[in-house]
Design a protein around this ligand. Structure first.
Ligand SMILES: Cc1cc2nc3c(=O)[nH]c(=O)nc-3n(C[C@H](O)[C@H](O)[C@H](O)COP(=O)(O)OP(=O)(O)OC[C@H]3O[C@@H](n4cnc5c(N)ncnc54)[C@H](O)[C@@H]3O)c2cc1C
Length: 189
């Protein structure tokens, strides 16, 4: 769909021997190490998506200022201005959440996992919503194959899934909220 510059594929490792001195954090602990880094990656993905959405808003403002419609500029319409104002506000709110989550990671806070999951879910959805609005505001121009806003929208779709889908983010938040003892352990360890 998007991320044309990326290549995707699976990797199968069979009968690979690793020198004992190269084993990090002990045998069978690889997944735990990976899980610890998810919080960082989720913030990176969040900021990447918000940056992309913000850039799309700038592209869209430039388009709206240029586009003449019914004797005026698209940017003069109040409803257009409101949509753009809402979008930058959502982005600022998401950015604040990302900064809070990043701080929690830096401080090794117990809230780091919950906050980074909140940030990833919220930021990617906000970015998606803003990009969708930007593509629509650009009319047929937004739908063109080479339109950068259209491409951003397709790219962001991948980040709703990557590094744990947003459904999973909500499950993590819920698990942190209700406590590990109540939550179905087989779903999220
Ligand atoms: C752009 C991109 C980059 C990626 N990069 C990497 C990478 O670098 N390394 C790597 O190993 N993998 C990578 N992935 C894979 C990614 O981690 C998985 O696609 C992701 O974890 C979701 O798993 P899945 O595709 O098997 O979907 P599934 O787990 O099959 O999910 C299918 C649907 O079910 C929903 N769902 C799943 N579980 C639940 C639940 N408990 N409750 C409610 N709904 C649920 C999901 O939200 C989704 O909508 C990448 C994927 C994408 C799209």
């Amino acid at each position: 769909m998007g991320l044309d510059g990326w290549s995707f594929g699976g990797m199968v490792i069979r009968d690979l021997k690793i020198p004992r001195s190269n084993v990090l954090h002990g045998e069978g602990k690889g997944l735990d190490v990976l899980k610890r880094h998810f919080a960082y990656w989720r913030i990176l993905i969040s900021m990447l998506c918000l940056g992309s959405a913000y850039q799309a808003i700038e592209e869209t403002i430039a388009f709206c200022k240029e586009r003449s419609i019914f004797g005026g500029r698209l940017s003069d319409l109040q409803s257009v201005g409101h949509r753009l104002a809402e979008s930058v506000t959502y982005i600022e709110a998401a950015k604040s959440l990302c900064i809070k989550a990043a701080k929690a990671i830096d401080e090794s806070s117990n809230n780091a996992l919950k906050l980074s999951s909140m940030a990833k879910w919220y930021s990617t959805e906000v970015a998606y919503k803003c990009l969708h609005m930007c593509v629509r505001l650009q009319g047929a121009r937004g739908y063109e194959f080479n339109n950068s806003t259209r491409r951003r929208l397709l790219d962001i779709e991948g980040f709703l899934i990557a590094d744990g889908s947003n459904d999973l983010m909500k499950s993590i938040i819920y698990k942190e909220l209700v406590g590990k003892h109540i939550y179905n352990k087989t779903l999220l360890r």
